[in-house]
Design a protein around this ligand. Sequence first.
Ligand code: NAP
Length: 289
Amino acid sequence: MVVLMDGKALAEEIKGELRGRVSALKRKGVAPTLATLLVGDNPASRVYVEGKRRDCAEVGISFRLYTFPSSAEEGELRELIHRLNEEEDVHGIFLQLPVPPQLDPRRLVEEISPQKDVDGLHPYNVGKLWKGQYDPERSLLPCTPRGILRLLDEYGIEVKGELAVIINRSDLVGKPLAKLLLDRDASVLLCHSKTRNLGERTREARLLVSAVGRRPSFVLTAEMVGEGAVVVDVGMNYVSGKLVGDADFEGVSRRASYLTPVPGGVGPMTRVMLLHNTLLASEALEGKG
Ligand code: NAP
């Protein structure tokens, strides 16, 4: 019988812990604050940003939203980021992606102070991760990989000596997750759209992570999953208006030992890790980290 890894319940539990830490900081006169920059009118981005506002409110983190029209120029955004970098009352800065085509998201992320980079995407933080100069508990690590590791820990899943296969090579998911799993002594294989014989590769995995989000052209089928594998489904797809993962849920449930549902698996863990990172940044900036 497959065990469904309940990210929603775990995220709620973590929110409880975070609430306590936020209160402790507030008693010392520090109000953890996340500043979010939203450019343009992408409806999905608006939904995500409102979700962040609610999440912050739930644990007592102050949320500031800065909106810009789709025509915004890099200079305006840079100026705001520099101001927020200097502001002592702001602990985390988050740039909602994607941004309109005239803006280069990588250049903008580089402007964010690495100490306030709660997405963990600044080259300084990425470099620290790849050099192994990071603290798994206290450094600013990208939210989705951090959430996945926390979920694996909760279910006592160890990867040491095992083959982990990740179908994704993005900066947000595949690459940082690969390094974190490598540091837990897994052997890691990153697969992508050009990988030949994908099913042969994935069937070997003890831990299989799928983050594609291209249904119906890509579905993680039961045949691609080894018997008893742990399957982490990161993909977000809308099928007939309903959110589903990459996995053929029924089929994969029959082969996997553990599986993350969509919704209710990785998504809530990613969201709560942004709060977690904001708190880490607040504690570190206040000299308590
Ligand atoms: P992305 O940059 O588009 O990455 C998609 C990856 O899938 C790429 O590496 C791509 O390969 C690979 N791919 C595409 N088609 C494939 C195929 N037919 N076979 C094998 N690999 C294929 O997107 P992302 O930002 O990393 O996000 C990926 C998915 O995860 C999306 O559905 C997103 O919504 C979801 N996501 C969810 C959460 C969460 O919290 N639940 C967080 C982050 C992302 P190439 O590199 O060759 O193009």
